[in-house]
Design a protein around this ligand. Structure first.
Ligand code: F6R
Length: 364
């Protein structure tokens, strides 16, 4: 059942190249993105004034990454909302909007309630859902099915990765329809997406190195994941993976926020993981890492091959293959999933069923 892996989580981590490829291929036709199965009309794509992305947990982190990509490529303002907050907030909603509800299970109570709130307010809804026939899939106006297959491990990996693909393809298609990118850029983005499965495979080939690092870090008390822009979105997911299965206190910070309070927590040996996939923000985050190091932090850098000067600052570095920075989340998340996994294993914890957590949160 676990196909030779010790845990479902490891099996599902290795299923990511295929899940990503399947999801991508499901919306590609002759090298172009085709959303006709999803059901979004070009006319309605042109009229979107605002996008609300609403979700919980890791699916919310997909929304955070998607926000940067959609805003940059399609130039549509995006608000990312925690479903549990959105459903109770009394706010003026822009009805010329698209609400995107992201949910693996399609049964998360808060996400379903948020979807219903949008519909009651006349907002068009799109579900990005993994489970066919689930409540969110049934009630949303349109559905983009992720093809991750069944996910057993409580900590999501492959569903998260396929949700990212859904978000990227929406961003690229919205941009094309609205004329905010050239045809050449459009083709280049699609070609780049097609390279992701192989690049994920490459990262997985190096997992022993992460395992070694995880065994050294298994006893740390606190970990901080820092980054800017898309790297902040990646940090949020890396931090959640760490805390939920390894029970290490961990936080994600937008790197520029450190000096507004959090840096007082940095002391000798505190683990700080800097995520550095965005070229235009690289130097900024490195300087924040240097500030942590001078207060005693132990630094891991997560960056792209070529950025070798990170070794002047970081104590340990993990490199990922180059990709278009918009899509870096898909690669950078893999070592962070592995890190959470191997720390959990090193501590002898129940990786697939962490304490206090359920796979599907159907009560609020
Ligand atoms: C974390 C995790 C959760 C889910 C969240 C939403 O690894 O799996 O944070 O992402 O509970 O679940 P779905 O996507 O089913 O709505």
């Amino acid at each position: 059942e676990k196909a030779g892996y010790e845990h479902f989580m490891m099996k599902e981590i290795h299923e990511q190249p295929k899940a990503v490829l399947d999801t991508l291929n499901s919306v590609l036709e002759d090298g172009k993105i085709d959303l006709s199965e999803v059901g979004l009309e070009e006319e309605s794509i042109r009229n979107i004034q605002q996008i609300y992305i609403i979700a919980c947990g890791s699916a919310y982190h997909v929304g955070m990454a998607a926000q940067y990509v959609i805003e940059d490529l399609a130039q549509i303002p995006v608000r990312v909302e925690l479903a549990s907050e959105f459903r109770y907030r009394k706010m003026a909603l822009n009805t010329n909007s698209l609400a995107v509800i992201i949910s693996q299970s399609g049964e998360t109570a808060d996400s379903l309630a948020a979807l219903r709130k949008c519909k009651e307010n006349g907002i068009h809804t799109l579900g990005i859902v993994n489970v066919v026939g689930s409540s969110i899939a049934r009630e949303a106006d349109n559905v983009f099915y992720t093809l991750a297959g069944p996910e057993i491990s409580v900590a999501t990996t492959k569903a998260y990765s396929t949700q990212l693909i859904a978000a990227y393809t929406l961003a690229i298609q919205f941009a094309m329809v609205r004329g905010t990118i050239t045809e050449e850029a459009y083709s280049n983005y699609i070609s780049e997406l097609q390279t992701l499965p192989d690049k994920i495979c490459k990262i997985l080939e190096d997992k022993e190195r992460i395992q070694w690092f995880a065994s050294k870090q298994a006893n740390v008390k606190d970990a901080f994941f820092v980054g800017r822009g898309i790297d902040y979105a990646i940090s949020l997911e890396g931090s959640l993976k760490m805390k939920e299965i390894s029970y290490i206190h961990s936080e994600a910070y937008a790197a520029g926020e450190l000096k507004h309070g959090t840096i007082s927590l940095i002391e000798d040996g505190t683990l700080v993981i800097g995520v550095l996939t965005q070229p235009d923000l690289y130097e900024k985050t490195v300087s924040n890492m240097v500030e942590c190091k001078s207060r005693g932090a132990y630094l891991m850098g997560l960056t792209t091959f070529g950025n070798y000067n990170i070794e002047d600052t970081a104590d340990f570095t993990v490199y990922i293959p180059k990709t278009d920075p918009h899509f870096a989340t898909s690669l950078a998340v893999i070592p962070l999933q592995l890190l959470g996994y191997y720390v959990s294993v090193a501590k002898g914890l129940d990786v697939d069923k962490p304490r206090n957590l359920a796979k599907s949160v159907t009560v609020e």
